[in-house]
Ligand binder design. Structure first.
Ligand code: SAJ
Length: 419
């Protein structure tokens, strides 16, 4: 009798395939290989396959090669939203179709992508079961990924996981698998839907709390209060408060996206998540507010935004990386292009996406500088550098610079949530 997937996992002889070699799949594949499992990566993008191979793991664009002998298959593909903010299951559907012909009753397929409650059962499982008798359908589980790009303290090896199977047996095998690759608690959830709900709740929690401090910023600008001082004060409370930072917007492929998976699913069931929707509206309005602050700075400095050369520092959605997906800085750049005389950009982690590679060149001749991404590289920009470049106004989108030092240099300063 062939060894069961559980026995193979315990002996680390289970063949593991990882579908999708992006910021989630590649670290997972490397960790699985490091734990001694024979494994293969699969991606539709040959450059991602090459990157995995260069990182020392096997990878291919051929599903038959990657999945053919697999006992465990992880699906780690994107789950974006479309231009109407509707969940886009295209990558999950494509991955399910590429996996389906090569899996059988002894294979465990785990969806790690962030999806709304019910999706593993309603979207993926039917694809895997197509053309198969009930006895031939693979085991299916869900364990939402929790990778935080750029975070060096927490990654796939030490982030706790939640997991559930569409059957108890699938859940047992999935939990056993994660217990071999993760040095952290693995929490069994009662159902696939419960496991799916955990992730969208985690990220919706973050989005609404950022919206809270962003809305406070808009109010405090009018009250002449510095929201950062207030939040620092509130953060001295040792319990019952979690500090978030206001800014020029919320980007990335998680926080501004995941709430829509819950909003749409609940809407289909007749419930309107008014609070989640409002939080999204507040956060999506922040780039526009940052551009309005550019106009306010121009007015105060005695010129019009439409005659100003503006430099946008940062295009990425968060510091220390070059990922510009859903980035507020991109919205700021594009909005300014319709309101300023010229717009130049700088992005140290994705120079090819920007107009200027050096900070000095990006600053030279700028009337207004807006800091949109809080890259550490921008900490060395001094009021003197700004003055010498001819800068007359600054909008600090991430509360990054010293307002009084910039004002002392005769430069108009406005910051999100600052007087
Ligand atoms: N942001 C704020 N204020 C904050 C925190 C973030 O404006 O207080 C903005 C950031 O500038 C960025 C966006 O929100 O534009 C998202 O920032 P993020 O720190 O949440 O970074 P992400 O998108 O990489 O979120 C990931 C998520 N990980 C997964 O989805 C697996 C999220 O669940 C994590 O909570 C987050 O990392 C984290 O904790 O760093």
């Amino acid at each position: 009798m062939s060894q069961s997937a559980l026995e193979k996992i315990e002996q680390r002889t289970a063949q593991v395939a990882v579908v999708g070699l992006g910021y989630v799949g590649l670290p997972a594949l490397l960790r699985i290989a490091a734990m001694g499992f024979p494994c293969q990566g699969l991606d539709i993008d040959a450059s991602k396959v090459a990157a995995a191979q260069q990182a020392g793991v096997a990878a291919t664009t051929d599903p038959a090669v990657a999945i053919g002998e697999a006992d465990v298959v992880l699906i780690c593909v994107p789950t974006p939203v479309d231009e109407n903010r509707k969940p886009d299951y295209g990558p999950v559907i494509a991955a399910g179709k590429s996996v389906a012909p090569h899996v059988g009753p002894d294979t465990l397929v785990i969806l790690e992508s962030t999806v709304s409650p019910g999706s593993t059962e309603e979207v993926l499982l039917p694809l895997l079961a197509e053309g198969k008798s009930p006895q031939e359908v693979p085991m299916v589980a869900h364990s939402p990924e929790r990778i935080d790009p750029g975070n060096h303290d927490w990654d796939v090896h030490n982030i706790p996981r939640v997991v559930a199977g569409h059957t108890a047996a699938a859940g047992d095998v999935a939990a056993a698998f994660y217990e071999t690759i993760v040095d952290a608690p693995i929490k069994r959830m009662s159902s696939l839907r419960a496991a799916e709900a955990v992730k969208v709740v985690e990220n919706s929690f973050r989005d609404i709390n950022i919206a809270f401090v962003n809305e406070l910023s808009l109010g405090f600008e009018r009250l002449g209060l510095d929201v950062h001082e207030i939040l620092d004060g509130a953060a001295t409370k040792p319990f019952g408060f979690m500090r978030f930072s206001p800014g020029c917007g919320v980007g990335g492929h998680c926080i501004p996206v995941d709430p829509y998976y819950l909003i749409e699913q609940a809407r289909r069931e007749g419930f309107e998540h008014r609070f989640l929707i409002l939080a999204r509206e507040i956060n999506e309005a922040m780039p526009g507010h940052a551009v309005d602050l550019c106009a306010a700075v121009a007015d105060e400095a005695g010129f019009a935004l439409k005659s100003a050369n503006v430099t946008v520092l940062g295009l990425a959605y968060k510091p220390g990386i070059g990922d510009t997906r859903e980035s507020p800085a991109i919205v700021i750049r594009d909005t300014l292009q319709g309101r300023a005389k010229s717009v130049r950009t700088h992005e140290p982690y994705a120079p090819g996406d920007a107009t200027h590679e050096s900070i000095a060149d990006a600053l030279a001749g700028a009337d207004i500088v807006i800091l949109a991404t809080g890259h550490d590289e921008y900490r060395r920009i001094t009021p003197q550098m700004l003055s010498e470049a001819g800068v007359r106004g600054v909008v600090d989108g991430r509360t990054f610079w010293d307002a009084s030092a910039i004002r002392a240099a005769g430069i108009v300063y406005r910051g999100i949530g600052r007087p």
